[in-house]
Design a protein around this ligand. Structure first.
Ligand SMILES: NC(=O)c1ccc[n+]([C@@H]2O[C@H](COP(=O)([O-])OP(=O)(O)OC[C@H]3O[C@@H](n4cnc5c(N)ncnc54)[C@H](O)[C@@H]3O)[C@@H](O)[C@H]2O)c1
Length: 391
């Protein structure tokens, strides 16, 4: 992986994800304001050298906000662009919309030489990537992530897919993009809740950096401690996003298909988080909000088991970033425990698997087999601290 270290420079970083299989490589470009410049379409041309047609999948309001400059550049570069808008929200990640994307590709006359471009958050990236993976048995696609969560997480790593009934991401494929273009400037219009949800993933990366990269030196957490408010985060955004992508790229390069356990570290906070999401019927929390609470709980749990000391430092960063530490939904500890037992990522035999931070900060491990009664007691304790808890 090559990289300008964003922690040391204000120059926009460029990363390369190099996968051992088939020596597959793709660049991630991070440049504020790039979507309005010819550079963006030049990158797309380099990534899709044979493409005459491009199907852009996006949401209408988002495209109205940020799409026109990129459209103009792509057209100038000679692409025949068809824009296909799908509704906003998680329910769009379903079979009928996947089929609608394929029909739009047919109507746009896409051939095996052409490509897809995902312009949006994780919903658009997951749906478009999966559509591209199967159209004519796989057409190239480009990711242009526009939410913080998608810029730091979902656009890198090649997980694509849709939901099937209530089961999230159960149908999908590992399918890598040809290129990722990240313009942090588009985040200026991101609604507050979406911003906070993305920050939760950034903070999570801060807690697992050393474990993921195998290097003792950490960059992301020190950067985060300097971010007193949203304005400060915005000022550091290219560096923060670059560092998160660097960590994710490092993990994906070592464990693309989640086989060695390394990729599992990315699920810090997610076992608690998924349980909150499921128990809140996927309407109470955004994914990142549940991850923020789940990651905090993982830190408290590890602290109580004497494996993670710097809880106060984590609390300070959570406060600075405005991340939640307690749930606001109506939960029962027993229901949360059941949801944790049923989590598709809980592979431990006879207990609950948790990814936990450990000393020194930046390290984490996959801790198997926590006894149900230990986890239940912890959930009871944490729910009792929630502001709207009713005995
Ligand atoms: N593939 C992966 O590795 C991976 C990882 C994490 C999450 N995910 C998936 O990502 C999805 C969540 O993604 P998300 O959090 O990006 O949500 P999202 O894609 O639903 O986007 C959130 C909302 O923000 C709007 N929006 C996007 N960019 C904007 C901008 N710049 N300004 C204003 N509004 C903007 C969108 O139109 C949408 O309404 C989930 O489906 C989750 O399963 C995938």
């Amino acid at each position: 992986m090559s990289l300008n270290n964003p922690a040391r420079s204000t120059v926009a970083p460029t990363l390369t994800v190099t996968l051992p299989r088939q020596a597959y490589q793709y660049p991630i470009y991070i440049q504020p304001g790039v979507l309005g410049r010819p550079l963006a379409s030049q990158w797309v041309r380099q990534a899709l050298p044979t493409a005459a047609r491009l199907l852009v999948v996006t949401h209408e309001p988002l495209w109205a906000l940020h799409g026109q400059p990129l459209l103009a550049q792509l057209q100038q570069a000679g692409f025949a662009v068809t824009v296909f808008a799908v509704p906003q929200g998680e329910p769009t990640k379903q079979l009928s919309w996947l089929q609608a994307v394929w029909q739009a590709a047919q109507q746009a006359g896409l051939t095996r030489q052409d490509g897809f471009l995902a312009f949006g958050g994780g919903v658009i990236g997951d749906l478009t990537g999966f559509a591209a993976s199967a159209y004519y048995r796989g057409l190239p696609f480009v990711q242009v992530p526009t939410t913080l969560l998608a810029q730091v997480d979902s656009s890198v790593g090649g997980k694509t897919g849709i939901n099937c009934g209530p089961v999230k991401n159960s149908i999908g494929a590992f399918y890598q993009p040809k290129l990722v273009i990240i313009d942090p400037q588009v985040l200026a219009t991101l609604p507050h809740r979406e911003w906070t949800a993305g920050l939760a993933e950034v903070a999570k990366y801060g807690l697992i950096e050393a474990a993921c990269t195998g290097q003792a030196e950490i960059h992301l957490w020190p950067l985060l401690t300097q971010c007193a408010d949203r304005e400060a985060v915005v000022a550091q955004c290219a560096a923060l996003v670059g560092q998160c992508c660097r960590i994710k790229a490092s993990v994906v390069q070592q464990d693309e298909f989640e086989q060695t356990g390394l990729r599992a570290l990315l699920n810090l906070g997610h076992t608690f988080g998924h349980a909150l999401e499921a128990d809140g019927e996927y309407t109470t929390y955004l994914h990142g909000e549940a991850v923020a609470i789940g990651t905090w709980w993982a830190c408290v749990f590890a602290h109580q088991h004497d494996t993670f000391t710097p809880l106060q430092a984590v609390q300070a960063v959570w406060q600075q970033l405005g991340l939640p530490t307690a749930p606001w939904g109506n939960h029962q500890p027993e229901r949360l425990l059941k949801a944790m037992q049923q989590d598709k990522k809980n592979k431990a035999q006879g207990g609950i698997m948790l990814v936990l931070p450990q000393d020194p900060l930046g390290h984490a491990w996959v801790a198997p087999g926590h006894r149900d009664k230990t986890v239940l007691a912890f959930l009871q304790q944490q729910l009792a601290l929630a502001p709207n808890h009713i005995e």
